[in-house]
Every structure is written in structure tokens, then in C-alpha cells.
Design a protein around this ligand. Structure first.
Ligand code: DX5
Ligand code: ZN
Length: 219
């Protein structure tokens, strides 16, 4: 089993000084940097595009974990890789050809992730698990930070943990939405090994980030 990784969602950062915020979570000991890309079409909010990812790239060497909540997604994959994404995670609900999209991501030389909305069953992964590097379980409906953890997603995490172990492949199991000091240990117990956290990382200002990250990790 893997060590627990923390991937702070910069959706909860101060957007007026995003580069400084990325440096701060890097220095505070995060593992990855989670970047939520929203288009106002697949989800009811608009956030960050490739130009912002590119501008942030010099501020940290840590992996950029880019969560694409956009439809269509295929026309933008190359731009996010050129901007500096290390992991690109896509929703099967966002288009008709998720298998093709995963192959496209891999052909660009970065890690490929698939993310399931709260209403999407684990079974969706049956014919994707052979190819992905990461599976993300949404524990809120995507679009906004600061929402409450949806309890029944713990069952999905448990089911996917079994699928991953059975596959024998090196796949990370990530959870995103409503992760705090109460839900983090439960998600870990269910089998998650990468925690995305926006609100819980950025609360209390920059002097609190290191403690926030350490506590989320369970240490
Ligand atoms: C929701 C995003 C999440 C969100 C998490 O659409 O994918 O990454 O920022 O925020 P918190 O941790 O505040 O629930
Ligand atoms: Zn996200």
C-alpha cells in the first residue's frame, strides 16, 4: 500500500495571489497540487484555464494534478500538458469516448486519471482500470468547494479499492470533496490513498497550512 498523499485544491486559495499560495502549500509539505478546471457547462462554475496553469508552473516542482470538469475535453488535453500538467483526470460523464480520451492523455506522456461523480457507479471502471494511473471518487457533486461529504461514497471507495488490488496494477485512489479531519480518516480506512482538500488546507491563512496538511495526513 501507498503512503497517504495530500493534494490541496487551489480552488480555495486566494486567486489574487495564486503563485504565492502555490509556493506556500509546497513549502507546507503538500505532495501534489490539485487544480480544478471548470467550464460553466459540464459544471455550474468557471475557474482556471491552461494560461493560469502555465503561469503557476514556475512556482512549484510538485506534480500538478489537473482535474478537468469540462466538456468537450479532448480539444484541450494538449494545452494542459504543454502548460505543465503531470496528471490529467477526466470525467466519463463529460463525453462519449472516455477510453479514447484516456489513450490520448497517455499518448501525451502524462499520467491519466478517471473521476466518478457521486451518482456514477464503480462498474463504469470495468474496462478502464487496465489503462488508468489514478481513480478519483467525487464525494461531492463537482462545481464548488466547501460542500459536505456524501457518506455513501465510502462504499464506492471500498469497492474500487478491491478492484484495484485485484488488478495488481499501480493505481492511486483519490477522493475529492468535503475532506476534513473527520472525513479524511474514514476515506483512508475505506481505501483512499490520495486526499484532495480545499477548505481544510487553506483555512487559517498561510501560517496554518503546514499543520493543516500534517493533520489531514493523519500525522
Ligand atoms: C469540486 C472540486 C474540489 C473542491 C474541493 O468540484 O473538484 O476539488 O475544490 O473543495 P473542498 O475540499 O472544500 O470540498
Ligand atoms: Zn477537484
Amino acid at each position: 500500500t501507498h503512503p497517504i498523499l495530500i493534494s490541496p485544491s487551489i480552488l480555495s486559495a486566494d486567486f489574487a495571489r495564486l503563485g504565492e499560495e502555490v509556493r506556500a502549500i509546497d513549502e507546507a509539505g503538500c505532495d501534489w497540487i490539485h487544480i480544478d478546471v471548470m467550464d460553466g457547462h459540464f459544471v455550474p462554475n468557471i475557474t482556471i484555464g491552461p494560461a493560469v496553469v502555465k503561469a503557476l508552473r514556475p512556482h512549484s516542482q510538485k506534480p500538478f494534478d489537473v482535474h478537468l470538469m469540462i466538456s468537450p475535453v479532448d480539444p484541450y488535453l494538449d494545452a494542459f500538458v504543454q502548460a505543465g500538467a503531470d496528471i490529467i483526470t477526466v470525467h466519463p460523464e463529460a463525453g462519449p469516448h472516455i477510453h479514447r480520451t484516456v489513450q490520448h492523455i497517455k499518448s501525451l506522456g502524462v499520467k491519466a486519471g478517471v473521476v466518478l461523480n457521486p451518482g456514477t457507479p464503480a462498474k463504469m471502471l470495468d474496462y478502464l482500470i487496465d489503462d488508468v494511473d489514478l481513480i478519483l471518487v467525487m464525494s461531492v457533486n463537482p462545481g464548488f468547494g466547501g460542500q459536505s461529504f456524501i457518506e455513501n461514497q465510502l462504499r464506492k471507495i471500498e469497492a474500487i479499492r478491491k478492484m484495484i488490488d485485484k488488478s495488481g496494477r499501480d493505481i492511486r485512489l483519490q477522493v475529492d470533496g468535503g475532506i476534513d479531519l473527520t472525513t479524511a480518516p474514514r476515506a483512508i480506512a475505506a481505501g483512499a490513498d490520495v486526499l484532495v482538500a480545499g477548505t481544510a488546507t487553506f483555512r487559517g491563512g498561510q501560517s496554518a497550512y503546514a499543520d493543516n496538511i500534517r493533520q489531514l495526513r493523519g500525522g
